[in-house]
Design a protein around this ligand. Structure first.
Ligand SMILES: Nc1ncnc2c1ncn2[C@@H]1O[C@H](COP(=O)(O)OP(=O)(O)OP(=O)(O)O)[C@@H](O)[C@H]1O
Length: 218
């Protein structure tokens, strides 16, 4: 990975963020209690059986997406009150995606890496679901929008790959051969070129352009 261009979004080469997702149905049905607390860029994890046992960790960014949100008329998850602490997809993009976009437009390589156990919210943050578009589609939308708006006659090439590492196996999520749930979903979203927004299907130009214009980085 090349060093990033210096700008306000990329003083360091690597940014590390943590995001706390809402409870799923199983966790709610089980009456689970959230053991994560967040103050500024630190999180603490409390041992539920031992009040003295607490571990704290610091990150470049912390996102509280566990509570304090509503689903608006278009299906978007947004903070339930103005200035609320819920971190929505836009907020994550502003912090993590915008810098990558600016670097990519200057010709620098960038990598996004999501790490976490099954169901922890990797796909939600990277790809998103329905109208809650994640980092990758937002980045693609804005990248190709910027190309469309550029006045100069230079040609741009985009190199793009999506890989999943699962059980120490590397899977190419864009390959027709990949059969993992992640691969199938990414390909389905990109190849049909649609994101389902509410009840309507809206063509997602970025997805089509990715497939047409992208040169794979292998
Ligand atoms: N920030 C969030 N806000 C609202 N819902 C979320 C958020 N993050 C995750 N979810 C929901 O939690 C569920 C699990 O998330 P997701 O599918 O992204 O997990 P994952 O880490 O990609 O899992 P796997 O490794 O099994 O593919 C999904 O139903 C998703 O909609």
């Amino acid at each position: 990975m090349r060093a990033k261009a210096p700008n306000k979004h990329s003083n360091d080469c690597v940014k590390v963020a943590v995001r706390v997702r809402p409870f799923n149905k199983r966790e709610m049905d089980a009456g689970s209690r959230c053991i994560i607390s967040m103050v500024s860029t630190s999180i603490s994890i409390q041992d539920p059986r031992d009040s003295q046992n607490q571990r704290s960790f610091s990150f470049d960014y912390t996102y509280w997406s566990h509570s304090g949100f509503i689903r608006d008329y278009s299906g978007l998850y947004v903070p339930e009150e103005l200035g609320g602490r819920y971190a929505d997809q836009d907020r994550v993009f502003q912090d993590l995606g915008q810098g990558i976009l600016e670097n990519a437009l200057q010709g620098y390589n960038s990598t996004l890496l999501a790490y976490g156990q099954t169901g922890s919210g990797k796909s939600y943050s990277m790809m998103g679901y329905g109208p809650n578009k994640g980092l990758v589609p937002k980045l693609c939308d804005r990248l190709f929008q910027a190309f469309g708006e550029t006045q100069d006659s230079r040609q741009c090439q985009v190199f793009f790959s999506m890989l999943e590492i699962y059980n120490e196996q590397v899977v190419d999520l864009l390959s027709r051969g990949s059969r993992t749930p992640g691969g199938l979903r990414v390909r389905e979203e990109l190849q049909r070129g649609f994101y389902v927004e509410g009840l309507r299907k809206i063509p997602c130009e970025s997805a089509k352009q990715v497939l047409k214009n992208v040169k794979r980085t292998q």
